[in-house]
Design a protein around this ligand. Structure first.
Ligand SMILES: [Zn+2]
Length: 357
């Protein structure tokens, strides 16, 4: 079995890391996550730096102790989030060759996110897998903009690498991943990958928008997988639809993170395999949605998924789950989240088994 060794244990590959952006998966805790078969979590350095502060988390013993989670934790740099802020309103921030300048809301103090600060924040968290700061672009940005983003992402990766090599205390070193940008230009993607590979990182991520207007994965996702070295972990940042995960694994991606399973669960959308995941053909459609709030489940005594052993499916009926959503009880979202996280854990287990065959 292929594994990625981290300071907090091995991740069996391919692995799906649910997004615990603010240090919580929302509605479920670390023990629930473990029971669902979750191997590792992805937190966000920028969000945690604003609340409660990475210094606070560092003084409390780091992100693992803070969250009560003893498995691997990856941390995102926060570059994508700052860019989303700037897209909302240019008065919330700007980007230059040095990094980002931003405020989390109007009236809040201005802060900077430079490569050096981004690595310091992630060291304070004590993450096992860190990401370099990069500049994401929009698919319809012009070629000049895409080139600037690649130049900055490469420059920032070099500065992150330097801060990483100097920083950190005693103990096991975390892993450092760089992110390949370049929009929809294959040559630019190639140039970015080559420069990052020359610096040498523990893994490489696909950066940029992965989905086209029709909801399909863009060609560049496969292209970037081919550009990065075999045997070195590849992370498909933000890619999480089950059929997309299956395709990306076939292309060589090993790591995924996404808010999809937990966010969908809170909105009453649960994932159900069309049969047993151990034997199911994963080509084409292999699962469907269970809309928990649907009126047709009002008197349904059956579980959401007969083949699932999660707390939601083993103990409660579709009728009960529908009732919980109808009365807006937080237990509804909790049970649905437990189910969706279990679905993803089963999917990844199946993909690992396929790889071993
Ligand atoms: Zn279930």
């Amino acid at each position: 079995m292929r594994v990625l060794a981290t300071a907090h244990g091995n991740l069996a590959l391919p692995a799906f890391l649910p997004d615990a952006t603010r240090g919580v998966l929302r509605l479920v805790d670390a023990e629930d996550a473990r029971d669902c078969g979750v191997q590792g979590l992805m937190v966000n350095a920028l969000h945690l730096s604003s609340q409660p502060g990475t210094t606070v988390i560092g003084k409390l013993g780091g992100i693992h102790r803070f969250m009560g989670w003893d498995g691997p934790v990856a941390s995102d740099s926060g570059g994508f989030q700052v860019l989303s802020l700037i897209a909302q309103s240019s008065s919330l921030g700007s980007v230059s060759d040095r990094g980002f300048s931003y405020r989390l809301a109007l009236g809040r103090p201005k802060q900077t996110l430079t490569p050096d600060r981004c690595i310091r924040l992630q060291f304070r968290l004590g993450a096992d897998l860190m990401f370099c700061l990069d500049e994401c672009t929009y698919p319809d940005d012009d070629p000049g903009r895409q080139r600037t983003s690649v130049e900055r992402s490469v420059r920032w990766a070099r500065e992150c690498r330097a801060a990483f090599d100097q920083g950190g205390g005693e103990g096991a070193r975390p892993l450092l991943f760089a992110v390949v940008q370049g929009g929809s230009d294959p040559d630019l993607r190639c140039e970015c990958a080559e420069q990052l590979i020359a610096m040498g990182f523990d893994g490489y991520g696909y950066g940029g928008w992965p989905i086209d207007k029709g909801g399909q994965l863009v060609e560049m996702v496969e292209h970037v997988a081919r550009l990065t070295p075999e045997g070195v972990p590849k992370h498909a940042l933000g890619i999480g639809k089950p059929e997309h995960v299956v395709r990306c694994v076939a292309w060589g991606y090993d790591l995924f993170d996404c808010t999809l399973p937990t966010r969908d669960a809170r909105h009453g959308r649960l994932y159900v395999f069309d049969g047993s995941p151990e034997t199911l053909r994963l080509r084409g459609s292999f699962y469907h949605y269970h809309y928990a709030e649907d009126d047709k489940h009002r008197r349904d005594p059956g579980p959401v998924d007969e083949t699932c052993a999660c707390l939601c499916c083993s103990r409660y009926s579709r009728a009960y789950l529908r009732h919980l959503f109808a009365i807006h009880d937080p237990l509804a979202g909790r049970l649905a989240t437990i189910h969706n996280l279990t679905f993803y854990a089963r999917l990844m287990e199946r993909l690992r088994t396929d790889g071993r065959r």
